[in-house]
Design a protein around this ligand. Structure first.
Ligand code: SF4
Ligand code: SF4
Length: 150
């Protein structure tokens, strides 16, 4: 079974309302050994239940581990969010992350790339923004305010 191991990227990129932790702010409970609140009732439920797409999908390779590719992919309804580590703003355009995005687009998914306050909406061929607007609008509204759940 996959484990986060040294990766803690979601604990900085994604906001956690319950902790008043902002997007792109390192959580004060985050250490190189993982979460200080692991196993504690103080750990927000959203953190306990959270799994990025790499952790959730056994088939996704090590190259797509967020600490390696610098992108946290999350399923959002029928589409995906790609949250990019702002220290590596072009990470989504190269290597395994780029290949994953191309694969998603080829399979009819929309991908919303989030780099701090910058967002790019990528659509698969033949799709119009109106067809996926409800999902995209949900991402644009929710992202940055709360960890998204699977
Ligand atoms: S980004 Fe994924 S692999 Fe990394 S700590 Fe979060 S859930 Fe674990
Ligand atoms: S409480 Fe733990 S799991 Fe949640 S964001 Fe902070 S370090 Fe990560």
């Amino acid at each position: 079974m996959k484990t986060c191991r040294e990766c803690t990227l979601c604990c900085s990129l994604i906001s956690v309302r319950e902790l008043n932790k902002l997007q792109n702010q390192q959580c004060k409970y985050c250490s190189t050994n993982g979460c200080f609140l692991f196993g504690s009732i103080k750990r927000p439920p959203v953190c306990t239940s959270y799994k990025c797409a790499w952790l959730f999908n056994a088939a996704w390779p090590e190259l797509l581990r967020p600490s390696n590719c610098h992108v946290v992919f999350e399923p959002f309804r029928k589409n995906f969010v790609a949250a990019v580590d702002p220290r590596y703003p072009n990470a989504w355009r190269i290597g395994a992350a780029q290949a994953a995005i191309e694969y998603m687009l080829k399979n009819g998914k929309a991908v919303v790339v989030v780099i701090s306050n910058e967002k790019h909406v990528l659509l698969s061929e033949g799709k119009t923004p109106m067809q996926v607007w409800n999902d995209i609008d949900g991402v644009l509204k929710e992202y940055g305010r709360a960890k998204l759940r699977n």
